[in-house]
Design a protein around this ligand. Structure first.
Ligand SMILES: Cc1cc2nc3c(=O)[nH]c(=O)nc-3n(C[C@H](O)[C@H](O)[C@H](O)COP(=O)(O)OP(=O)(O)OC[C@H]3O[C@@H](n4cnc5c(N)ncnc54)[C@H](O)[C@@H]3O)c2cc1C
Length: 265
C-alpha cells in the first residue's frame, strides 16, 4: 500500500532533531523504519513529518569503557552490534541481535527503534531489562537516564515521550547471561522469550506475556520456574498460541535462559 503524503526532514544534529520534534505535534522520529514504515503503510500510524535520524553520527556506535561498561548509540543497527568488537564484552548482545528476523531487518533495524517501539514480541526489551541496561532520553529540558523498569510503559509506549529522543543505552559489565525464545518459524516473531542474567542471583525478564517485560528474581536455576509461576502472568491467547501454552513456555524458557547464564559462570 502507498504511504499517505508526509513531510520529511533530515536534521544534522540531535538538537535540530529535537527542535523539529518539539515544534510539530505530528512529527515522528524515523530510525531504521522497519516498524514505523510498516505501521504507516497499514494506516495504524499517520505522522505528518518524519524526522530521519540516520545522519546523526552522535547517535551511532558502541563504546567500551575501561570498567567494561558499554555505551551504545540509539541508531546503532543490529548488524553493527554483531560486528562490533567492543560489544563482545557483553556477548549476549550480539547473540540476541543475530536472532532478530533476517539480514535486511538486521541491517536497517536499530537498538533504539527496537526499544522505543516496545512491541511486546521484540527481542531486546526483555534482554535490556534482564541485564540492567539504562536508557538516556534527551528532550527540551535536557537529558535524563532511566532503568528498563521505568522505560517500558506499555504496548508501543515508553518513557521517551513526544518531542524526546532515546539517545544511548548503557549496559553494565557482565558475561553471565542467557536468552531463549520460541518463535514462529526460523527467526520469526517470538511467541514467548526470556532473558536471564546472573550476578549473585538471577534476574529474569519474560517477554510476550504482558505489555512490558515481566521481571522476576531467583536465587538459583532451580527456583526460576517457581518465580515465574509466582509472578501471576496472564498472557493473551491468539492465533499463534493459547494463554496456557504461553504460561508453560514462560517457565520453560526462563529456566533455559537461566541455565545458559549459569553455564557461563
Ligand atoms: C519482517 C520483520 C520481522 C521482524 N522481526 C523481528 C523480531 O523477530 N524481533 C524483533 O525484536 N524485531 C523484529 N522486527 C522489528 C525490527 O526489529 C525493527 O527494526 C524494530 O522494531 C524497530 O527499529 P527501527 O530502527 O526499524 O525503528 P523505526 O521503525 O524507525 O521506529 C520504531 C518506533 O520507534 C521510534 N523511534 C525510533 N528511534 C527512536 C529514538 N532514538 N528515540 C525515540 N523514538 C525512536 C519511532 O518514532 C517509531 O515510533 C521485525 C521487523 C520486520 C520488518
Amino acid at each position: 500500500m502507498l504511504l499517505r503524503e508526509v513531510d520529511y526532514a533530515k536534521p544534522s544534529s540531535v538538537a535540530e532533531a529535537l527542535a523539529l520534534l518539539a515544534g510539530n505535534d505530528g512529527a515522528r522520529a524515523l530510525a531504521g523504519g522497519q516498524t514505523l514504515l510498516n505501521v504507516m503503510k497499514a494506516r495504524a500510524a499517520s505522522p505528518d513529518m518524519l524526522v530521519d535520524l540516520d545522519g546523526l553520527d552522535e547517535l551511532k556506535g558502541v563504546e567500551l569503557s575501561a570498567d567494561g561498561t558499554l555505551t551504545i548509540g540509539a541508531m546503532t543497527t543490529y548488524a553493527e552490534i554483531l560486528d562490533s568488537a567492543e560489544a563482545r564484552a557483553r556477548p549476549i548482545l550480539g547473540e540476541v541481535c543475530a536472532q532478530i528476523a533476517d539480514v535486511q531487518v538486521r541491517n536497517r533495524g536499530t537498538i533504539g527503534g527496537n526499544l522505543c517501539s516496545n512491541d511486546p514480541t521484540n527481542h531486546l526489551p526483555p534482554l535490556m531489562a534482564a541485564i540492567g541496561a539504562r536508557m538516556t532520553i534527551a528532550g527540551a529540558r535536557g537529558e535524563r537516564t532511566v532503568a528498563a523498569g521505568e522505560f517500558f510503559l506499555g504496548v508501543y509506549m515508553t518513557a521517551a515521550g513526544p518531542g524526546e529522543l532515546l539517545t544511548r543505552i548503557t549496559v553494565p559489565p557482565g558475561r553471565h547471561d542467557g536468552f531463549a525464545a520460541v518463535t514462529l518459524g526460523v527467526d520469526g516473531t517470538c511467541i514467548v522469550n526470556a532473558a536471564a542474567s546472573l550476578d549473585g542471583s538471577f534476574r529474569v525478564a519474560v517477554g510476550c506475556v504482558d505489555a512490558v517485560p515481566v521481571v522476576v528474581e531467583a536465587e538459583s536455576t532451580g527456583a526460576v520456574r517457581a518465580a515465574v509461576h509466582g509472578a501471576g502472568l496472564d498472557p493473551p491467547s491468539d492465533v499463534h498460541a493459547s494463554r496456557e501454552y504461553r504460561l508453560h513456555l514462560a517457565e520453560v524458557l526462563a529456566e533455559r535462559a537461566a541455565l545458559q547464564a549459569e553455564g557461563r559462570s
